[in-house]
Design a protein around this ligand. Structure first.
Ligand code: ME8
Length: 532
């Protein structure tokens, strides 16, 4: 599949580069957290990974926002990037390797070279275009992309705002010539577009025939100048898509470029599917560059039945949720609650209910009970397991199953929900094991046999938690570390992030004698419940 790494190539993951007309919201954080989990998962497979995010800073939308705020576009972008975007990714523990801004020279120079090269190859010509344009999308719209207001005004179906009729003399990329090649490519690479519904949408769109693409604008100047005609700036989407190449050394650092490009996974929202699954591969084909392994579209986070957007936020910021539930629970919740690729709604009630039952009760309580019992019955020194029976074998098997399922689902299929469920099914199994084995009763039997039985039960539970800490580390790194510390695992096994997921089911890694302590409560009881 496209997500496998080849040879010495790094596993390269990207998010969209976000428009900085406003601060990030839950929707942006959703895609970025998903990318971070995928990144950490592959790192924990021992792979070399490169995770890129950044900001899209050119175009009319940004220019108008800056004007409305009485500053230059560059000043606006600098402020938003430093005060809103970067701090949120830091707050959410996003482990990106680079942050590209499209106003950086390392980007703009390379964009000019790329476009000049296409011009020299006769892939670009001068022509005219007139049509409805949505500034929100920064895109000329086709008739099928429009809806009609009650008074007959044509609206963009995404933004529900009037489109503007734009007439320009522009440069065009011969996109129409790439239809057959793209269809052939989709056919040969069925995993290229995920999910299936997105793939079907793109295939149908391309089958209808592609029009050439206007790749320059001459009615405003906030963009990268067209190198052979400085009355034009390069269309913001051409500029933006190229970030995936310029950030990893296109035309600048061949060694870095070869070991990184193309992306194994471009994570995007389904609103920008055509750009990534049609225009971007066509641009690369035109240059003879390799096309990405996969374009994975997440669904929309909805509020009140509408796509959550900058103008439709209902006032909930990522920080409002992290201050109530904590950063780890936040990272976990959206991937757990929504099947990746499907739309999903957020509600305080659902988050609170899942937090309490799955994180605090199932996971957090298990961790604290086991540590408390090792403390109470064995003075905090992990006993050896000497009396494994059928119940223990069932746990070993359950763990092996959970690891295989989680690795396939998260690492390969980008089915984050399925992977998380597989891990939590195992957590439930361990809870069931303790309930059945009743160690508090076994503890009353002070015979040698009784002690051996108690030791085996507690070792089995602690060793299970050792694996759970490893498996959940990509999703909830802070709580996994706290659990790792509480199990005293670092002393014998080393750093948590260095534990390979593939071998996490190998039984017996936590040595007898490990110092188990009752650490901080992983998921504290929530403050008074919040309501929508
Ligand atoms: O489109 N639900 O930037 P953008 C889920 N600059 N995901 C959402 C979302 C929601 N309600 N709202 C936003 C752009 N997203 C371009 C991208 S890439 C070369 C250029 C996420 O600021 C989702 O990933 O409008 C979506 O694709 C992205 O934010 C759009 O961010």
């Amino acid at each position: 599949t496209g997500t496998e790494k080849q040879g010495s190539k790094a596993f390269y993951v990207t998010t969209p580069i976000y428009y900085v007309n406003d601060a990030p919201h839950l929707g942006h954080a959703y895609t970025t957290v998903a990318g971070d989990v995928l990144t950490r998962w592959h790192r924990q497979r021992g792979e070399k990974v490169w995770y890129l995010t950044g900001t899209d800073e050119h175009g009319q939308k940004i220019m108008r926002t800056a004007e409305a705020n009485g500053v230059t576009p560059q000043e606006w972008c600098d402020k938003l990037v430093e005060e809103a975007w970067k701090p949120l990714w830091e707050h959410l523990n996003i482990a990106n390797d680079d942050f590209i801004r499209t106003t950086q020279k390392r980007h703009t120079d390379r964009v000019q070279e790329f476009v000049q090269d296409l011009y020299d190859k006769d892939e670009i010509y001068k022509g005219g275009y007139e049509g409805p344009y949505c500034v929100g999308c920064e895109e000329y719209k086709l008739p099928g992309d429009l809806i009609e207001a009650e008074d007959g005004t044509k609206l963009c179906a995404v933004h529900k705002k009037p489109v503007e009729i734009l007439k320009e003399e522009n440069y065009f990329f011969k996109l129409s010539e790439y239809g057959p090649k793209l269809l052939e490519f989709y056919e040969a690479n069925p995993g290229f577009i995920q999910p299936e519904s997105a793939r079907n949408e793109v295939v149908n769109f391309v089958k209808q025939g592609l029009e050439d693409l206007s790749i320059s604008r001459s009615t405003f100047d906030w963009g990268v100048p067209v190198p052979w005609d400085d009355k034009h700036v390069i269309y913001v989407w051409i500029d933006a898509l190229l970030n995936y190449a310029t950030a990893v050394g296109y035309n600048e650092n061949p060694a870095k470029f070869d070991e990184t490009f193309p992306a194994n996974v471009h994570l995007i929202g389904k609103d920008i599917l055509r750009f990534h699954a049609v225009i971007w591969p066509a641009m690369l084909m035109a240059q003879g560059l390799p096309v990405p392994g996969r374009v994975a579209a997440n669904g929309w986070l909805m509020v009140g039945g509408e796509k959550m957007s900058k103008s439709n936020l209902t006032g909930i910021k990522p920080q409002d949720l992290t201050s109530h539930f904590g950063v780890d629970a936040y990272r976990w919740y959206f991937l757990r609650a929504i099947a990746f690729g499907q739309d999903g709604s957020f509600s305080w009630e659902d988050f609170s209910a899942r937090y309490t039952s799955e994180l605090a009760n199932d996971y957090g309580n298990l961790a604290s009970r086991v540590a408390a019992m090792v403390g109470k019955y064995f003075g905090g020194e992990l006993p050896a397991s000497t009396a494994d029976g059928d119940a223990e074998k069932a746990i070993h098997e359950g763990l092996a199953k959970a690891v295989a399922a989680a690795d396939a689902k998260i690492g390969e299929e980008l089915d984050f929900q399925g992977g998380i469920l597989a891990i939590f099914d195992f957590v439930k199994q361990v809870n069931g094991y303790i309930t059945e084995q009743e160690p508090w009763k076994v503890a009353k039997d002070e015979s040698e046999e009784g002690r051996a039985r108690l030791a085996t039960i507690l070792y089995t539970a602690a060793e299970s938690l050792r694996a759970v800490a490893v498996l959940l580390n990509p999703i909830m790194p802070e709580t996994s570390q706290a659990l790792w510390d509480s199990l005293g695992a670092e002393a014998s096994l080393g750093a948590l992030a260095a534990q390979p997921v593939q071998s996490s089911a190998t039984w017996g890694q936590l040595p007898a004698g490990a110092t188990v302590t009752k650490g901080a409560v992983l998921f504290p009881r929530l403050e008074e419940p919040k309501k929508d």
